[in-house]
Design a protein around this ligand. Sequence first.
Ligand code: GCU
Length: 348
Amino acid sequence: MSSARTGRRPQPLRSRLTPLALTAVGLMSGLLSSQALAVDSVTLRVGHALNEDHVVARSYRHMADELEQLSDGSMHLRIFPNGQMGSTQDMLGQMQNGALDLVHASASNLESFDDIYSVFNLPYLFPSQADFKKVVFGPIGEEIMQSTREKGFFAIGAYVAGYRSFYASKPIRTPADLEGMKIRVQSSPTTIRMIKLMGGSPTPIAFSEVYSALQQGVVDGAENNVPSYVQTRHAELARYFSEDQHTSVPDFLTIATSTWNRLSDEQQQILQKAVADSEAYQQKLWDKVNQQAREQAKEMGAQFIEVDKDAFRKAVQPLYEEYRQQSGHAELLERIRDAEQDDDQPQG
Ligand code: GCU
Protein backbone atom coordinates (compact mmCIF):
# COMPACT_ATOMS: atom_id res chain seq x y z
CA MET A 1 0.00 0.00 0.00
CA SER A 2 1.55 3.30 -1.00
CA SER A 3 -0.18 5.81 1.24
CA ALA A 4 -3.03 6.23 3.65
CA ARG A 5 -4.80 8.41 1.10
CA THR A 6 -4.94 5.60 -1.49
CA GLY A 7 -7.88 4.39 0.55
CA ARG A 8 -9.80 7.67 0.43
CA ARG A 9 -11.90 6.67 -2.52
CA PRO A 10 -11.23 2.95 -2.31
CA GLN A 11 -12.60 0.09 -4.29
CA PRO A 12 -14.96 -2.03 -2.20
CA LEU A 13 -12.67 -3.67 0.32
CA ARG A 14 -13.15 -7.24 -0.84
CA SER A 15 -12.20 -6.46 -4.45
CA ARG A 16 -8.97 -4.84 -3.27
CA LEU A 17 -7.83 -7.79 -1.17
CA THR A 18 -5.59 -10.46 -2.63
CA PRO A 19 -6.99 -14.02 -2.70
CA LEU A 20 -4.67 -14.87 0.19
CA ALA A 21 -5.94 -11.95 2.22
CA LEU A 22 -9.50 -12.92 1.37
CA THR A 23 -8.85 -16.38 2.73
CA ALA A 24 -7.49 -14.82 5.87
CA VAL A 25 -10.61 -12.66 6.26
CA GLY A 26 -12.77 -15.74 5.69
CA LEU A 27 -10.85 -17.67 8.30
CA MET A 28 -11.00 -14.79 10.74
CA SER A 29 -14.73 -14.36 10.42
CA GLY A 30 -15.63 -18.04 10.37
CA LEU A 31 -13.13 -20.57 11.53
CA LEU A 32 -10.79 -19.07 14.09
CA SER A 33 -11.56 -19.37 17.76
CA SER A 34 -12.60 -16.28 19.72
CA GLN A 35 -9.29 -16.54 21.54
CA ALA A 36 -7.39 -16.12 18.27
CA LEU A 37 -9.63 -13.22 17.29
CA ALA A 38 -8.96 -11.52 20.58
CA VAL A 39 -5.26 -11.52 19.71
CA ASP A 40 -6.01 -9.57 16.53
CA SER A 41 -8.48 -7.25 18.19
CA VAL A 42 -7.55 -3.60 18.33
CA THR A 43 -9.14 -0.60 20.03
CA LEU A 44 -8.22 2.84 18.69
CA ARG A 45 -8.72 5.84 20.96
CA VAL A 46 -9.88 8.98 19.20
CA GLY A 47 -10.25 12.37 20.89
CA HIS A 48 -12.15 15.42 19.72
CA ALA A 49 -13.32 18.72 21.20
CA LEU A 50 -16.66 18.79 19.36
CA ASN A 51 -20.04 18.29 20.97
CA GLU A 52 -21.89 15.14 20.02
CA ASP A 53 -24.25 16.91 17.57
CA HIS A 54 -21.41 18.27 15.47
CA VAL A 55 -21.58 16.82 11.98
CA VAL A 56 -18.01 15.50 12.22
CA ALA A 57 -18.71 13.95 15.65
CA ARG A 58 -21.63 12.11 14.01
CA SER A 59 -19.32 10.99 11.22
CA TYR A 60 -16.89 9.52 13.74
CA ARG A 61 -19.72 7.46 15.26
CA HIS A 62 -20.54 6.29 11.75
CA MET A 63 -16.88 5.35 11.33
CA ALA A 64 -16.90 3.38 14.59
CA ASP A 65 -19.86 1.29 13.37
CA GLU A 66 -18.21 0.71 10.00
CA LEU A 67 -14.98 -0.36 11.63
CA GLU A 68 -16.77 -2.97 13.75
CA GLN A 69 -18.67 -4.31 10.74
CA LEU A 70 -15.79 -4.39 8.27
CA SER A 71 -13.51 -6.09 10.78
CA ASP A 72 -16.09 -8.59 11.97
CA GLY A 73 -15.97 -7.03 15.39
CA SER A 74 -12.21 -7.09 15.82
CA MET A 75 -11.55 -3.34 15.41
CA HIS A 76 -13.08 -0.78 17.74
CA LEU A 77 -13.06 2.98 17.99
CA ARG A 78 -13.27 4.42 21.49
CA ILE A 79 -14.39 8.02 21.14
CA PHE A 80 -13.59 10.69 23.74
CA PRO A 81 -15.81 13.65 22.71
CA ASN A 82 -16.43 17.15 24.08
CA GLY A 83 -12.84 17.96 24.90
CA GLN A 84 -12.92 15.29 27.66
CA MET A 85 -9.23 14.71 27.02
CA GLY A 86 -8.42 18.43 26.89
CA SER A 87 -8.17 21.00 24.14
CA THR A 88 -7.28 19.96 20.60
CA GLN A 89 -3.74 21.27 21.10
CA ASP A 90 -3.42 19.13 24.29
CA MET A 91 -4.79 16.09 22.50
CA LEU A 92 -2.37 16.47 19.59
CA GLY A 93 0.43 16.43 22.16
CA GLN A 94 -1.08 13.35 23.81
CA MET A 95 -1.17 11.63 20.43
CA GLN A 96 2.51 12.37 19.87
CA ASN A 97 3.19 10.80 23.30
CA GLY A 98 1.12 7.71 22.50
CA ALA A 99 -1.81 8.42 24.88
CA LEU A 100 -4.26 8.80 21.99
CA ASP A 101 -4.26 7.08 18.59
CA LEU A 102 -6.32 9.57 16.61
CA VAL A 103 -7.25 13.22 17.11
CA HIS A 104 -9.71 15.46 15.32
CA ALA A 105 -8.13 18.80 14.44
CA SER A 106 -8.91 21.68 12.18
CA ALA A 107 -6.16 22.92 9.85
CA SER A 108 -5.92 25.86 12.26
CA ASN A 109 -4.93 23.59 15.14
CA LEU A 110 -2.42 21.80 12.93
CA GLU A 111 -0.67 24.94 11.76
CA SER A 112 1.36 25.26 14.95
CA PHE A 113 2.49 21.63 14.55
CA ASP A 114 3.40 22.00 10.90
CA ASP A 115 3.52 25.16 8.84
CA ILE A 116 2.30 23.34 5.72
CA TYR A 117 -1.24 23.61 7.14
CA SER A 118 -1.07 27.42 7.21
CA VAL A 119 -2.21 27.56 3.59
CA PHE A 120 -5.71 26.38 4.57
CA ASN A 121 -5.99 29.34 6.94
CA LEU A 122 -5.50 31.95 4.24
CA PRO A 123 -8.62 34.09 3.81
CA TYR A 124 -10.52 33.90 0.53
CA LEU A 125 -8.28 31.09 -0.71
CA PHE A 126 -11.04 29.15 -2.44
CA PRO A 127 -13.35 30.92 -4.91
CA SER A 128 -16.05 28.30 -4.18
CA GLN A 129 -16.75 25.18 -2.14
CA ALA A 130 -16.20 23.12 -5.30
CA ASP A 131 -12.67 24.56 -5.47
CA PHE A 132 -12.16 23.73 -1.80
CA LYS A 133 -13.03 20.09 -2.54
CA LYS A 134 -10.79 19.94 -5.61
CA VAL A 135 -7.83 20.96 -3.48
CA VAL A 136 -8.53 19.26 -0.14
CA PHE A 137 -9.66 15.94 -1.64
CA GLY A 138 -7.21 16.03 -4.56
CA PRO A 139 -3.46 15.41 -4.83
CA ILE A 140 -2.48 18.62 -3.01
CA GLY A 141 -4.62 17.76 -0.01
CA GLU A 142 -3.19 14.25 -0.04
CA GLU A 143 0.37 15.56 -0.08
CA ILE A 144 -0.28 17.94 2.82
CA MET A 145 -2.00 15.24 4.86
CA GLN A 146 0.95 12.87 4.41
CA SER A 147 3.64 15.47 4.95
CA THR A 148 3.90 15.23 8.75
CA ARG A 149 4.56 11.48 9.00
CA GLU A 150 8.08 12.04 10.29
CA LYS A 151 6.69 14.33 13.01
CA GLY A 152 4.80 11.45 14.58
CA PHE A 153 1.37 11.83 12.97
CA PHE A 154 -0.40 12.36 9.67
CA ALA A 155 -3.96 13.04 8.53
CA ILE A 156 -5.98 10.06 7.41
CA GLY A 157 -9.32 11.80 6.71
CA ALA A 158 -10.57 15.26 5.71
CA TYR A 159 -13.93 16.90 6.33
CA VAL A 160 -15.70 19.92 4.87
CA ALA A 161 -16.42 22.83 7.21
CA GLY A 162 -18.17 25.47 5.09
CA TYR A 163 -17.35 29.15 5.49
CA ARG A 164 -16.27 30.88 8.68
CA SER A 165 -17.72 34.33 9.40
CA PHE A 166 -17.82 36.73 12.36
CA TYR A 167 -20.48 36.80 15.04
CA ALA A 168 -20.95 39.23 17.90
CA SER A 169 -23.61 41.19 19.72
CA LYS A 170 -23.36 43.88 17.03
CA PRO A 171 -23.17 43.63 13.25
CA ILE A 172 -19.71 43.67 11.67
CA ARG A 173 -20.20 45.14 8.21
CA THR A 174 -16.72 46.43 7.48
CA PRO A 175 -13.22 45.85 8.91
CA ALA A 176 -13.62 49.20 10.71
CA ASP A 177 -16.38 47.63 12.84
CA LEU A 178 -13.79 45.20 14.26
CA GLU A 179 -11.77 48.03 15.74
CA GLY A 180 -11.18 47.37 19.44
CA MET A 181 -13.09 44.07 19.39
CA LYS A 182 -11.62 40.97 20.98
CA ILE A 183 -12.34 38.07 18.64
CA ARG A 184 -11.88 34.44 19.66
CA VAL A 185 -9.74 32.52 17.19
CA GLN A 186 -8.30 29.03 16.94
CA SER A 187 -4.59 28.80 17.70
CA SER A 188 -3.46 29.60 14.16
CA PRO A 189 -0.77 32.24 13.55
CA THR A 190 -2.28 32.94 10.11
CA THR A 191 -5.73 33.60 11.59
CA ILE A 192 -4.22 35.78 14.30
CA ARG A 193 -2.50 37.87 11.63
CA MET A 194 -5.68 37.99 9.55
CA ILE A 195 -7.74 39.41 12.44
CA LYS A 196 -5.04 41.99 13.19
CA LEU A 197 -5.00 43.11 9.54
CA MET A 198 -8.76 43.47 9.64
CA GLY A 199 -8.43 45.70 12.72
CA GLY A 200 -9.62 43.33 15.47
CA SER A 201 -7.86 41.92 18.49
CA PRO A 202 -7.38 38.12 18.12
CA THR A 203 -7.73 35.97 21.26
CA PRO A 204 -6.92 32.25 20.94
CA ILE A 205 -9.29 30.13 23.08
CA ALA A 206 -10.10 26.40 22.99
CA PHE A 207 -13.37 25.59 21.21
CA SER A 208 -15.14 24.21 24.28
CA GLU A 209 -14.38 27.37 26.29
CA VAL A 210 -15.78 29.90 23.84
CA TYR A 211 -19.33 29.92 25.25
CA SER A 212 -18.20 31.07 28.68
CA ALA A 213 -15.66 33.47 27.15
CA LEU A 214 -18.52 35.15 25.25
CA GLN A 215 -20.75 35.05 28.30
CA GLN A 216 -18.16 36.60 30.59
CA GLY A 217 -17.08 39.21 28.06
CA VAL A 218 -13.56 37.78 27.78
CA VAL A 219 -14.16 38.15 24.05
CA ASP A 220 -16.61 40.35 22.14
CA GLY A 221 -17.13 37.96 19.29
CA ALA A 222 -15.90 34.87 17.51
CA GLU A 223 -15.89 33.37 14.04
CA ASN A 224 -17.09 30.01 12.79
CA ASN A 225 -19.38 28.21 10.37
CA VAL A 226 -23.15 28.29 10.90
CA PRO A 227 -23.58 24.73 12.28
CA SER A 228 -20.93 25.33 14.96
CA TYR A 229 -22.44 28.74 15.78
CA VAL A 230 -25.73 27.00 16.52
CA GLN A 231 -24.61 23.69 18.07
CA THR A 232 -22.43 25.47 20.60
CA ARG A 233 -25.36 27.83 21.35
CA HIS A 234 -23.07 30.81 20.73
CA ALA A 235 -26.06 32.17 18.77
CA GLU A 236 -27.77 32.83 22.13
CA LEU A 237 -25.00 35.21 23.15
CA ALA A 238 -23.87 36.76 19.88
CA ARG A 239 -26.97 37.48 17.81
CA TYR A 240 -25.41 39.00 14.68
CA PHE A 241 -23.81 36.62 12.21
CA SER A 242 -22.02 38.82 9.66
CA GLU A 243 -21.33 36.80 6.54
CA ASP A 244 -17.96 37.96 5.33
CA GLN A 245 -17.07 34.25 4.80
CA HIS A 246 -13.37 34.91 5.32
CA THR A 247 -12.08 31.33 5.46
CA SER A 248 -12.94 27.73 4.60
CA VAL A 249 -10.78 25.72 6.96
CA PRO A 250 -10.95 21.94 6.55
CA ASP A 251 -11.12 19.55 9.49
CA PHE A 252 -8.83 16.54 9.61
CA LEU A 253 -8.65 13.22 11.41
CA THR A 254 -5.03 12.68 12.37
CA ILE A 255 -3.43 9.39 13.41
CA ALA A 256 -0.19 8.70 15.27
CA THR A 257 2.38 7.27 12.86
CA SER A 258 3.30 4.69 15.54
CA THR A 259 -0.34 3.51 15.76
CA TRP A 260 -0.56 3.27 11.98
CA ASN A 261 2.66 1.24 11.81
CA ARG A 262 1.39 -1.18 14.47
CA LEU A 263 -1.67 -2.10 12.38
CA SER A 264 -1.48 -5.03 9.98
CA ASP A 265 -1.95 -4.34 6.25
CA GLU A 266 -5.50 -5.57 6.50
CA GLN A 267 -6.30 -3.47 9.53
CA GLN A 268 -4.89 -0.43 7.72
CA GLN A 269 -7.13 -1.16 4.72
CA ILE A 270 -10.19 -1.59 6.93
CA LEU A 271 -9.46 1.66 8.75
CA GLN A 272 -8.97 3.53 5.46
CA LYS A 273 -12.27 2.23 4.16
CA ALA A 274 -14.11 3.25 7.35
CA VAL A 275 -12.51 6.72 7.21
CA ALA A 276 -13.39 7.16 3.50
CA ASP A 277 -16.98 6.17 4.25
CA SER A 278 -17.14 8.67 7.11
CA GLU A 279 -15.93 11.42 4.75
CA ALA A 280 -18.66 10.60 2.24
CA TYR A 281 -21.25 10.43 5.03
CA GLN A 282 -20.16 13.82 6.38
CA GLN A 283 -20.27 15.52 2.98
CA LYS A 284 -23.76 14.18 2.36
CA LEU A 285 -24.90 15.43 5.77
CA TRP A 286 -23.19 18.82 5.61
CA ASP A 287 -25.53 20.72 3.25
CA LYS A 288 -28.59 19.54 5.14
CA VAL A 289 -27.12 20.41 8.53
CA ASN A 290 -25.94 23.80 7.27
CA GLN A 291 -29.40 24.69 6.01
CA GLN A 292 -31.09 23.45 9.19
CA ALA A 293 -28.61 25.41 11.29
CA ARG A 294 -29.55 28.66 9.54
CA GLU A 295 -33.20 28.06 10.42
CA GLN A 296 -32.34 27.11 14.00
CA ALA A 297 -30.19 30.23 14.38
CA LYS A 298 -33.11 32.41 13.30
CA GLU A 299 -35.39 30.60 15.77
CA MET A 300 -32.83 31.39 18.47
CA GLY A 301 -33.12 35.07 17.54
CA ALA A 302 -29.99 35.38 15.40
CA GLN A 303 -29.79 37.67 12.40
CA PHE A 304 -27.71 37.04 9.28
CA ILE A 305 -26.03 40.18 8.00
CA GLU A 306 -24.86 40.54 4.41
CA VAL A 307 -21.55 42.35 4.17
CA ASP A 308 -19.36 43.80 1.46
CA LYS A 309 -16.68 41.13 1.27
CA ASP A 310 -14.37 43.26 -0.88
CA ALA A 311 -13.43 45.50 2.04
CA PHE A 312 -12.39 42.41 4.07
CA ARG A 313 -10.59 40.91 1.08
CA LYS A 314 -8.64 44.11 0.59
CA ALA A 315 -7.65 44.35 4.26
CA VAL A 316 -5.99 40.92 4.21
CA GLN A 317 -3.94 41.33 1.02
CA PRO A 318 -0.65 41.87 2.96
CA LEU A 319 -1.11 38.37 4.40
CA TYR A 320 -0.69 36.91 0.92
CA GLU A 321 2.43 38.97 0.31
CA GLU A 322 3.91 37.80 3.62
CA TYR A 323 2.90 34.21 2.96
CA ARG A 324 4.49 34.13 -0.51
CA GLN A 325 7.83 35.25 0.91
CA GLN A 326 8.27 32.05 2.89
CA SER A 327 10.04 29.11 1.34
CA GLY A 328 7.88 26.95 -0.94
CA HIS A 329 4.69 28.90 -0.24
CA ALA A 330 4.42 30.80 -3.54
CA GLU A 331 4.73 27.50 -5.44
CA LEU A 332 2.04 25.87 -3.31
CA LEU A 333 -0.32 28.78 -3.99
CA GLU A 334 0.32 28.48 -7.73
CA ARG A 335 -0.45 24.77 -7.61
CA ILE A 336 -3.69 25.50 -5.76
CA ARG A 337 -4.72 28.05 -8.39
CA ASP A 338 -3.96 25.52 -11.17
CA ALA A 339 -5.95 22.80 -9.40
CA GLU A 340 -8.93 25.14 -9.03
CA GLN A 341 -8.92 25.61 -12.79
CA ASP A 342 -8.60 21.90 -13.51
CA ASP A 343 -11.99 20.35 -14.20
CA ASP A 344 -10.65 16.82 -13.79
CA GLN A 345 -10.04 17.28 -10.05
CA PRO A 346 -12.48 15.64 -7.62
CA GLN A 347 -15.42 17.81 -6.63
CA GLY A 348 -16.61 15.79 -3.68
C1 GCU B 1 -15.33 24.21 13.58
C2 GCU B 1 -14.50 23.03 13.22
C3 GCU B 1 -13.86 22.45 14.46
C4 GCU B 1 -13.11 23.51 15.23
C5 GCU B 1 -14.00 24.67 15.55
C6 GCU B 1 -13.27 25.80 16.27
O1 GCU B 1 -16.44 23.80 14.31
O2 GCU B 1 -15.31 22.06 12.59
O3 GCU B 1 -12.96 21.45 14.09
O4 GCU B 1 -12.63 23.00 16.44
O5 GCU B 1 -14.56 25.15 14.36
O6 GCU B 1 -13.52 26.95 15.95
O7 GCU B 1 -12.46 25.53 17.16
